[in-house]
Design a protein around this ligand. Structure first.
Ligand SMILES: *Cc1c(COP(=O)(O)O)cnc(C)c1O
Length: 376
């Protein structure tokens, strides 16, 4: 049995004719930068996410950066985000000279804890050294954060909410699609994300026309009404036309892929609930299942056993952000974020993609249960 963590080859087999036709069209018109596929993709993405404006860009990291730059985030600003996420979420805050303020997570959802968020904001306000500006909740593993509570906190303190939807495109929260859950949503089309291109890519979403205009300008060197009129400091953060063409082909099967991921997750949860701590199901949300992550104190023994059985696993994330050397200047130490630290020790992810077959899923369930039995 050839089990993969992620199976882009099976996907490509399914869509290769469409992808090739789309790529050929780009090669023929030759508009590699901001070709017609960019606008077509942005319209499709906006429709999919239920957002007024979708702006494609070069990566998920650039998407977050565009959003923060649109809010003029700078030195002296505090931006609150999850302690348990990919480095990019917090890196962009520091890159602009602002200060990331990490917040512990919920033990169930692994998303930012609204109660800890309140505490951290109160602490920053009381200390008086930084201006609280915004929150970047992360929809970890594809599950939307608790936006109902986060929005109330944001309103109370006058903060923006940038949704890090890098892992959750295709998910929803109370009937709204991921990407449209903050004042700006940022997603990634890195190949391993639920909707991936064949390289780097990303997009931002917003309802706010002024923010959309600003992000479009920042995406191309702070461009004004013509190419050599630069009205602000910007970036080169465009999505390649070729990547847009590939995404257009992939969007056709995206909903059915999300359904398949949900099917795999449901089978895993049913089969594994007695053996390991399974991902929390949140009634008001649907999950895009970028990862299916479970927890067990004997993680390393179990992973070793699974490797021997030909079942690949991965750890997202082994080091919480406050303990990353890159953020040592913030003075974080062991014990500061107990829930995040515990997750980093116990969590691991099983193979997750839309093309897992029942026999493979059942084999994985059986071997995880066996591994747990042997290492209890
Ligand atoms: C992947 C990811 C990003 C960054 O996306 P890139 O396209 O790789 O730049 C940001 N945040 C989270 C949570 C991610 O998983």
């Amino acid at each position: 049995m050839n089990i993969k963590l992620l199976d882009l080859q099976s996907q490509h087999q399914k869509i290769k004719d469409k992808v090739r036709a789309r790529i050929d069209r780009v090669l023929e018109h030759g508009q590699y930068i901001m070709g017609p596929e960019i606008g077509e993709l942005e319209t499709r993405l906006a429709g999919f996410a239920g957002a007024k404006h979708a702006i494609s860009c070069a990566s998920g990291t650039d998407a977050l950066l565009l959003a923060l730059m649109a809010y003029d985030v700078k030195a002296g600003d505090a931006v609150f985000t999850s302690d348990f996420t990919f480095i990019a979420t917090a890196e962009v805050i520091a890159l602009l000279g602002a200060t990331p303020v990490f917040v512990d997570i919920e033990p169930g959802s692994k998303n930012i804890s609204p109660a800890s968020l309140e505490e951290k904001i109160a602490k920053v306000v009381k200390e008086g050294n930084l201006r609280p500006r915004g929150i970047i909740p992360v929809d970890l593993f594809g599950l939307p954060a608790d936006y109902g509570k986060i929005e109330k906190i944001a309103e109370k303190h006058g903060l923006f909410v940038i949704e890090d939807a890098a892992q959750s495109f295709g998910a929803s929260y109370k009937g709204k699609k991921a990407g449209s859950l903050g004042t700006v949503g940022a997603t990634s089309f890195f190949p391993a994300k639920p909707l991936g291109c064949y390289g780097d890519g990303g997009a931002v979403f917003t309802e706010d026309a002024a923010l959309a205009e600003k992000m479009k300008s920042i995406r191309v060197h702070g461009q004004g009404n013509d190419k050599y009129n630069n009205v602000r400091i910007g970036l080169n953060a465009r999505l390649d036309t070729l990547q847009a063409a590939i995404l257009l082909a992939k969007l056709d099967i995206f909903e059915s892929e999300i359904k398949n991921r949900q099917r795999v997750a449901a089978l895993y949860s049913q089969g594994l609930k007695k053996a390991v701590k399974i991902p929390e199901i949140v009634s008001e949300s649907s999950c895009a299942w970028a990862q299916y992550s479970v927890e067990h104190p004997q993680r390393e023994e179990i992973r070793k056993f699974l490797t021997q059985k030909g079942i690949p696993t991965a750890v997202y994330y082994p080091v919480p952000l406050h303990l990353q050397p890159a953020f040592s200047f913030l003075g974080g130490k062991q014990g500061d974020y107990p829930v995040s630290e515990k997750a980093a020790l116990n969590i691991f992810s099983l193979p997750m993609h839309p093309y897992l077959e029942d026999t493979q899923i059942n084999f994985i369930i059986q071997e995880v249960c066996e591994a747990v039995k042997q290492h209890a």
